[in-house]
Design a protein around this ligand. Structure first.
Ligand SMILES: *Cc1c(COP(=O)(O)O)cnc(C)c1O
Length: 364
């Protein structure tokens, strides 16, 4: 058997007719940039989350940067980010001229909120909680810390479409949230795409202008912005996919529960489910002290697996000048043990059984 890490074609086949039809429609109407499909998706996504404003843009990295810029964060400011994430989280901070300050991660592999508090200085303007792997950060606790210290809170929801705390969607707790629709994300386009959501009208307007050369009306350039627009084809594809997201998410959760039950007796560490938290399992990440050996074994059995991410952010080459040491981020040291198993809504039970038996064979 062959079990890919993720199978985007399997999902396309389920909705092929609707996707093909909408692509022809966009082409027939030449609705390539802006226009009705983009407006429709913004409205669909905003109401799916329960947020007042959605501003689409070219990708998730841009959405982080655009919000920070719209919030007035720049040179001389510090922004606290988790030590474990995809590089976009810290990259966006540097891109606006601010300094990313890294907080270690906790036992849920999420930003350690008690450490956030100890990292706050007079220059700290914002914090970016990342709902990593689809697992929500404790936003009540984080918002208490942020409110006490007047920090802007930007949720990085690139991996948490549909994740919830107490029935409320991630992306609606902070001052603004950033989403990526990179093809492999839980809601993925057929190319790059991203969005910002917020309940703050001023912030939404400024973000929208910045993403389109500083203009809200043609030729009225309020600021120097840039071109970071979502195109009509991607918007139309996302609107076709969005109504399926809840079902696809439930399927991921069912598969995660399957892994948790079937792998319970193996000497590996697995994500903990917390009551009231809807973890949407963008990734299903286990930890093993024999990670590299295990990974080679699974790959030799035609089972796709990967490491998200091989190194904590502060220990990447691009931050060498900051002289961090691994001992500064003991929690993020899990990067030497983590391994992401196949996880996508269309993964079949037979495929999962095959993955489980390979793991059982490895651990003897
Ligand atoms: C994917 C991702 C991003 C960036 O999204 P792109 O659309 O690829 O630019 C940002 N943050 C996290 C945590 C991500 O996983």
């Amino acid at each position: 058997m062959n079990v890919p890490f993720v199978d985007l074609y399997a999902q396309y086949q389920l909705i092929q007719e609707d996707i093909d039809a909408v692509i022809s429609d966009v082409i027939r109407k030449s609705a390539y940039i802006g226009g009705e499909y983009v407006e429709q998706f913004e409205d669909d996504f905003r109401s799916y989350l329960g947020s007042s404003h959605c501003v689409s843009c070219a990708n998730g990295t841009d959405s982080l940067e655009l919000i920070l810029k719209a919030a007035g964060i720049g040179p001389g400011d510090e922004v606290i980010v988790p030590a474990l994430s995809w590089i976009s989280t810290s990259e966006a901070v540097s891109a606006v001229g601010a300094l990313p300050v890294f907080a270690d991660i906790d036992q849920n592999r999420l930003i350690d909120i008690s450490q956030v508090e100890s990292l706050i200085t007079a220059r700290t303007k914002a914090v970016i909680p990342v709902h990593l792997y689809g697992n929500p950060v404790d936003m009540d606790h984080l918002m208490q810390v942020a409110t006490r210290n007047k920090l802007f809170v930007l949720e990085d929801c690139a991996q948490s479409h549909g994740a919830e705390i107490g029935g409320r969607k991630t992306g609606t707790f902070g001052h603004a949230a950033s989403f990526s629709f990179y093809p492999g994300k839980n809601l993925g386009a057929y190319g790059d795409a991203g969005a910002i959501v917020t309940n703050d009208e001023q912030l939404a307007r400024k973000t929208r202008a910045l993403a389109n050369h500083g203009q809200l009306m043609k030729h009225r350039h309020l600021y120097e912005g840039r071109n970071s627009r979502l195109d009509g084809l991607q918007a139309a594809i996302l609107s076709v996919k969005l109504p399926h997201l809840e079902r696809w998410t439930d399927s991921r959760i069912r598969l995660a529960t399957g892994y948790l039950e079937r792998l319970a007796d193996l000497p590996i560490r697995m994500p903990q489910l917390r009551p009231d938290y809807r973890h949407v399992f963008h990734l299903f990440v286990i930890e093993s002290d024999r990670r590299d050996e295990l990974m080679s074994f699974l790959l030799s059995r035609n089972i796709g697996c990967a490491v998200h991410y091989p190194r904590p952010l502060p220990l990447l080459e691009c931050y060498e000048h900051r002289n961090f040491r691994p001992e500064d981020f003991p929690g993020a040291g899990i990067t030497s043990a983590i391994l992401s198993l196949p996880m996508f809504s269309e993964l079949t039970d037979a495929q999962q059984v095959y993955v489980v038996s390979a793991l059982e064979e490895f651990f003897g």
